[in-house]
Design a protein around this ligand. Structure first.
Ligand SMILES: [Zn+2]
Length: 161
């Protein structure tokens, strides 16, 4: 592993812990040449799963993208990153069961929708507005009514674009 700052090969691990639902080891390293610190991750290699997009193109599944997508919807909401990471791991267990080699982007989107609906009504609406391509305030209103009908409390005044 080369130091990203000075390309030295010499480093020492100053901290090491598991993350992402215990299947990743995160190591904090300190370069022995320039003293800068950087982070490396070690993870079990999984059989690749492909994400099939709506237009038929495929790309390799990456957990980071799922986490980023959820985190983006949950921006400024009071949900810890740990919860998001756990939901991503749980999602993989659901989406990849039966050893599938492909999932569709809409299966992933639907899973994200369920997670956000569960975690935070505002984040859910924010995500839906992009995912379902909301084009007017009425789209929000109708989705809020559906949420309310699900016995969840959502204050429309707090919805941010
Ligand atoms: Zn260095």
């Amino acid at each position: 592993m080369l130091c990203p700052y000075c390309q030295s090969e010499r480093s020492q691990v100053v901290d090491s812990r598991t993350s992402d639902g215990n299947d990743t080891i995160r190591r904090r390293r300190q370069c022995l040449s320039c003293d800068q610190r950087y982070t490396t991750y070690e993870r079990v290699e999984m059989r690749p799963v492909w994400v099939v997009k709506r237009d038929g193109r495929k790309q390799p599944y990456r957990r980071e993208k799922l986490i980023e997508g959820l985190a983006k919807a949950l921006q400024k909401r009071d949900v810890p990153l740990q919860t998001i990471q756990r939901k991503a791991v749980e999602g993989e267990q659901i989406l990849f069961r039966n050893n599938v080699s492909e999932v569709t982007s809409s299966q992933i989107g639907d899973y994200m929708m369920r997670v956000l609906k569960d975690l935070d009504g505002v984040a859910y609406l924010r995500f839906m507005s992009v995912y379902r391509d909301f084009s007017s305030p009425e789209d929000f209103v109708s989705e809020i009514s559906k949420l309310a009908a699900d016995q969840r409390v959502v204050n429309p005044a707090r919805v941010e674009a």
